[in-house]
Design a protein around this ligand. Structure first.
Ligand SMILES: [Zn+2]
Length: 171
């Protein structure tokens, strides 16, 4: 596997729990953040716009799944149009963690044949790569799930107080 990024950087390896927590802290999400806030914060950090695109649940393969579509100047996150706000927030958060962890530098995009239905469903021109479940190694999925869980957990009232700080410190 090619371990170098496009500009010769070493591709990101798995982060420690402390490394993941630093990412959550670095996002500096405001209390009571919403799905849209999270998208904005991640987009600003990456200096690339992110658009959410709800598509037919049958195409995305069930309402708990999403995918990340890269274009030259922005990123699209697709999720099932039938999912609730809460579920779609979880799905979107998971896809955003793949971005934060720069998994596109190490994952294998879906093949054009596998991605054809998703690309057609988003009906936006210029999609360069599609990253779905099959393109990531298990350790990347695990890392994304872990980070997404931390981000969602940080939304709970009281996060950052002494008790939460002690829990955070135990990682
Ligand atoms: Zn994933």
């Amino acid at each position: 596997m090619n371990v170098f990024g496009r500009r010769g950087r070493t591709a990101p390896g798995p982060r420690s729990a402390a490394g993941l927590r630093r990412i959550v802290t670095g996002l500096a999400l405001p209390p009571g953040w919403t799905r849209d806030t999270l998208v904005e914060v991640v987009a600003r950090r990456r200096r690339r716009p992110i658009q959410l695109v709800p598509i037919d649940a049958a195409v995305i393969g069930g309402q708990y799944s999403g995918a990340w579509l890269k274009r030259d100047h922005d990123d699209l996150v697709v999720y099932a149009d039938s999912s609730s706000l809460r579920h779609s927030t979880n799905v979107v958060c998971h896809e955003l963690t793949h971005m934060l962890l720069r998994h596109d530098e190490v994952a294998t995009p879906e093949s054009a044949a596998d991605a054809v239905d998703v690309v057609r469903a988003v009906s936006r021109p210029g999609v360069r790569a599609v990253f779905g479940r099959s393109g990531y190694a298990d350790e990347q999925e695990y890392e994304a799930e872990l980070l997404a869980g931390m981000i969602i957990a940080a939304r709970r009232p009281g996060f950052g107080d002494d008790a939460a700080g002690r829990i955070a410190g135990s990682f």
